[in-house]
Write a protein that binds this ligand. Structure first.
Ligand SMILES: Nc1ncnc2c1ncn2[C@@H]1O[C@H](COP(=O)(O)OP(=O)(O)OP(=O)(O)O)[C@@H](O)[C@H]1O
Length: 636
C-alpha cells in the first residue's frame, strides 16, 4: 500500500496537442532509424514509396478497365479496349508485390537496430546521471515507461511504412473520386472521421491508464518475482511467506483487472457511437450517389467506378486511420523515451570541472549539511559536519546505526553534493571539480557492494574495467584480500561463473564474496580507499588479517576511510570521528577518546568489549567489566 498512484503533468495534454506533436515524434523515429542503419532506411523508404505509387497506378488502371468494360460496343470490342489497362493492373500488382517483399526484408533488418539504438541511447545516459536521480521515484517511473518506448520506436518503423503506403493509396483513390465527382471526396472523409475519433480516444485512454497504473503494475510484478527469487527462497519456505505474497499478488492483479474491464467497456461504448456515425455517413454517401444517378448528373459507368473508388477509398482511409492510430499510440511511448533522455541530460554528472591535484594532501569537510532528496520527513542525514582527512592516514568513522557514516562516505566519493558547506580536496571544491577525476581517485568497498553475476575474474577486474585483466595483477589483489584460497577452490578458478541458476554457475559464501569485494577495491589501486563495514562477514582470522592489510595500505601512502562498528579495530586509526544523528560528537585518536571518562566512544567501546570478557579460570583478576586486556594504546 506504500506505492502511490501518480498523475504526470504530461497526461493532462489534450488530444489535439498529442496529434500536433506526432510529426515531431515520427521525425525523431526516422532520425533514430537513420542513425541505426541509413541504408536499410533508404531501402525501406524507397520500397514503400514505390509500392504506394504502384498501388495508385493500379487503382487508376482498374477504373480505366471498368470504364472500358461498362462503355458501349460489343463485348469483344470492350475487352480489347480494356486490355492495355488490364496489363497495367497486372504489372503494377507484380511490382507492388516485389516492392512489398523488399520493404519487409528492409524493415526486418531495420527494426532490431532501431530498438538497440533507442535502448543504448537511454541506457548510456542513465548510467551517467547523478545518484540522486537514480533514487528519485519520478525518474524511475520515467525509466519504466521509457523501456516501452524503445520497443515502441522499433514498432513505429513498421507503422510509419504502413502509414506511407495507406496514405499514397488513399490519395490515389481520392484523386479518382474527385475526378468522378467533387462531392464524393468530403463524403468519403466524413465516413471515416468517427472511427478515427474512436480509435484515438481509446488509445489515449489506454495510455493514461498505463501511466496511472504503472507503479501498481510494477509492484505486482515485484511481488510475483519475490516468489521465485533465489535469495528470498529460503525465507519464503521457512517462514511460509508464499501464501502471503500470493494473496497480495492476487489482490493487486484483481485491481488491475478491474481497470482493464473499465477500459474495455468504455472502448465498447465509444466504438458503438462511432459505428452509428459511420453508418449514417455511409448511407449519406450512397444516397448522394443515387441522387446523382437519379438526376442524370452521373452515368451508370461512372457510378460503377465511383462505387469501387468509394469502397477502395474508404478501406484505404480506414487502413490509414488504423495505422495512424497505432503510430499515435506508439509515439506516446516514444515521447516518454524522449522525455527520459531530456530528463537524464538535465541530471547528467557534469563532464568537465576544475582539475584536482595529482596527489591530494587533505580532504576537508567544512560545515557540511545534507538531506537526501525526496525524503518524506526532510530530516538531514548530516548537519554541520567538519572533518579533516590527511593523505596517507587512516580515518575511522564510528557511530550508531543511521548516524550518517555511509552518507558522509558517499559525499566524499562525489556521489552527492552537500546542501550547504563545502568539501575541499586541497583547495578545490568538489561541487566544481571534474567528477570523473574525483571518481578515478577513489575505491570503495560499500556495505552493500555489488555481487556481479559474472566470473570471479570479472568480479575483481571490474574495479578497473579499462585495465587489462592480467592474472598476476588479479592474483596480487586476491592475495591481499585473502581471496586467493577462494579463487583456487573454485571449480574453474578465475573463470568460474559466480551466478547460481546459470549453467556452470557457482555459489560462494558471504565472507568469500566480501573478500572478492576487498580484492576488487585493492585492484582499483586508488589514492583513497573507502571501506564500509569491510569485515562484517569475515571469520575472526580473516577480519584480523583484513585490518592488518588496511593498515599496511596507509603505510604505503594510501588514504583509508574506515567505517566500522567493531571499535576494537579502529585502535590503529590516526583519527576517529564519532557521529550521532548526522553530527560529529567527538573526534581524536583512540587514546584521546578513551581518556574522556563519560565520552560516547569510550562508552560504546566498553559495552562492546564487555561481551568478550572470559569469565572462566583464565580471566585476569581486576579486568572484569573493563573489557579486553590490552591497553588501548597504539602499536599495542
Ligand atoms: N539513499 C537514501 N535515501 C534516503 N535516505 C537515506 C538513504 N541512505 C541513508 N538514508 C538515511 O540517512 C540517514 C543516515 O544513514 P547512513 O546510511 O549514512 O547511516 P550509517 O551511519 O551508515 O548507518 P549504519 O551503521 O546502519 O550503516 C538514515 O536516517 C537513513 O535512513
Amino acid at each position: 500500500m506504500g506505492w502511490n498512484q501518480h498523475h504526470g503533468s504530461f497526461l493532462e495534454l489534450g488530444l489535439r496537442t498529442m496529434v500536433a506533436r506526432m510529426p515531431r515524434l515520427i521525425a525523431s523515429t526516422i532520425r533514430l532509424a537513420h542513425r541505426a542503419d541509413p541504408r536499410a532506411l533508404r531501402w525501406v523508404a524507397g520500397a514503400e514509396l514505390g509500392g504506394g505509387i504502384a498501388q495508385a497506378v493500379g487503382l487508376v488502371a482498374v477504373s480505366q478497365v471498368l470504364t472500358h468494360v461498362l462503355n458501349g460496343g460489343t463485348t469483344s470490342e470492350r475487352l480489347t479496349d480494356a486490355l492495355p489497362a488490364f496489363l497495367a493492373v497486372a504489372v503494377t500488382a507484380l511490382i507492388g508485390a516485389l516492392l512489398r517483399s523488399a520493404s519487409t526484408a528492409g524493415t526486418g533488418r531495420l527494426e532490431p537496430k532501431v530498438y538497440r539504438v533507442a535502448t543504448e541511447e537511454y541506457l548510456e545516459r542513465v548510467a551517467r546521471v547523478e545518484l540522486a536521480a537514480v533514487e528519485d521515484e519520478e525518474f524511475h517511473k520515467l525509466l519504466d515507461s521509457a523501456q516501452w518506448g524503445a520497443e515502441s520506436a522499433r514498432r513505429m518503423i513498421k507503422f510509419c511504412t504502413s502509414v506511407v503506403t495507406a496514405a499514397i493509396s488513399f490519395i490515389a483513390a481520392a484523386g479518382v473520386l474527385t475526378v468522378l465527382h467533387p462531392a464524393l471526396l468530403p463524403l468519403l472523409a466524413l465516413m471515416t472521421l468517427p472511427s478515427a475519433w474512436s480509435s484515438l480516444t481509446i488509445a489515449r485512454r489506454r495510455y493514461i491508464s498505463f501511466h496511472t497504473w504503472i507503479q501498481h503494475a510494477r509492484a505486482g510484478q515485484l511481488l510475483g518475482r519475490l516468489l521465485i527469487d533465489a535469495q528470498a527462497a529460503p525465507e519464503v519456505r521457512v517462514h511460509n511467506i508464499g501464501p502471503f505474497l500470493l494473496r497480495h499478488f492476487r489482490t493487486m492483479a484483481e485491481t488491475g483487472e478491474r481497470e482493464q474491464t473499465r477500459l474495455a467497456s468504455l472502448a465498447a461504448r465509444t466504438g458503438l457511437v462511432a459505428s452509428g456515425w459511420t453508418g449514417i455517413t455511409t448511407a449519406a454517401t450512397y444516397a448522394t450517389l443515387g441522387a446523382l444517378l437519379w438526376t442524370g448528373a452521373m452515368d451508370l459507368a461512372v457510378a460503377g467506378t465511383a462505387v469501387i473508388a468509394v469502397r477502395t477509398g474508404s478501406a484505404n482511409l480506414e487502413g490509414l486511420v488504423v495505422q495512424l492510430n497505432f503510430l499515435y499510440e506508439e509515439s506516446l511511448f516514444v515521447a516518454d523515451l524522449d522525455r527520459l533522455c531530456r530528463e537524464a541530460d538535465r541530471r547528467l554528472i557534469p563532464a568537465a570541472g576544475l582539475p584536482l591535484p595529482d596527489k591530494v594532501r587533505t580532504i576537508r569537510f567544512e560545515n557540511v549539511s545534507f538531506t537526501y532528496p525526496g525524503t518524506t520527513d526532510d530530516k538531514p542525514a548530516l548537519t554541520g559536519v567538519d572533518i579533516t582527512i590527511p593523505a596517507g592516514r587512516i580515518v575511522a568513522l564510528v557511530g550508531n546505526n543511521g548516524s550518517g557514516k555511509s552518507t558522509l562516505a558517499k559525499l566524499l566519493c562525489g556521489l552527492y553534493a552537500p546542501d550547504s558547506g563545502r568539501i575541499l580536496w586541497d583547495d578545490v571544491d568538489t561541487t566544481e571539480a571534474d567528477r570523473t577525476a574525483l571518481f578515478d581517485r577513489v575505491a570503495v568497498v560499500a556495505q552493500d557492494f555489488y555481487r556481479w553475476p559474472f566470473t570471479a575474474r570479472i568480479n575483481v577486474a571490474i574495479g578497473r574495467p579499462e585495465a587489462p585483466h592480467d592474472e598476476p595483477l588479479l592474483d596480487a589483489a586476491a592475495e591481499y584480500a585473502g581471496a586467493d584460497e577462494t579463487v583456487a577452490s573454485l571449480p574453474r578458478g578465475w573463470d568460474t561463473l559466480l551466478a547460481r541458476g546459470y549453467k556452470g554457475g557457482h555459489q560462494i559464501s558471504g565472507g568469500q564474496w566480501q573478500r572478492l569485494g576487498i580484492a576488487r577495491a585493492r585492484h582499483r589501486d586508488a589514492q583513497i580507499l573507502v571501506v564500509d563495514e569491510p569485515t562484517s562477514a569475515l571469520d575472526a582470522e580473516a577480519e584480523q588479517r583484513a585490518f592488518d592489510q588496511i593498515r599496511a595500505l596507509s603505510a604505503k601512502g594510501q588514504t583509508v576511510i574506515l567505517i566500522t562498528h567493531r571499535l576494537h579495530s579502529v585502535r590503529h586509526a590516526d583519527e576517529i570521528y564519532v557521529l550521532d544523528e548526522g553530527s560529529v560528537t567527538e573526534h581524536g585518536s583512540f587514546d584521546e577518546l578513551m581518556a574522556v571518562e563519560e565520552g560516547p566512544f569510550r562508552k560504546m567501546y566498553l559495552i562492546q568489549s564487555r561481551q568478550y570478557v572470559h569469565e572462566g579460570p583464565a580471566q585476569v583478576p581486576g579486568q572484569r567489566g573493563e573489557g579486553v586486556r590490552e591497553a588501548p594504546g597504539r602499536g599495542d
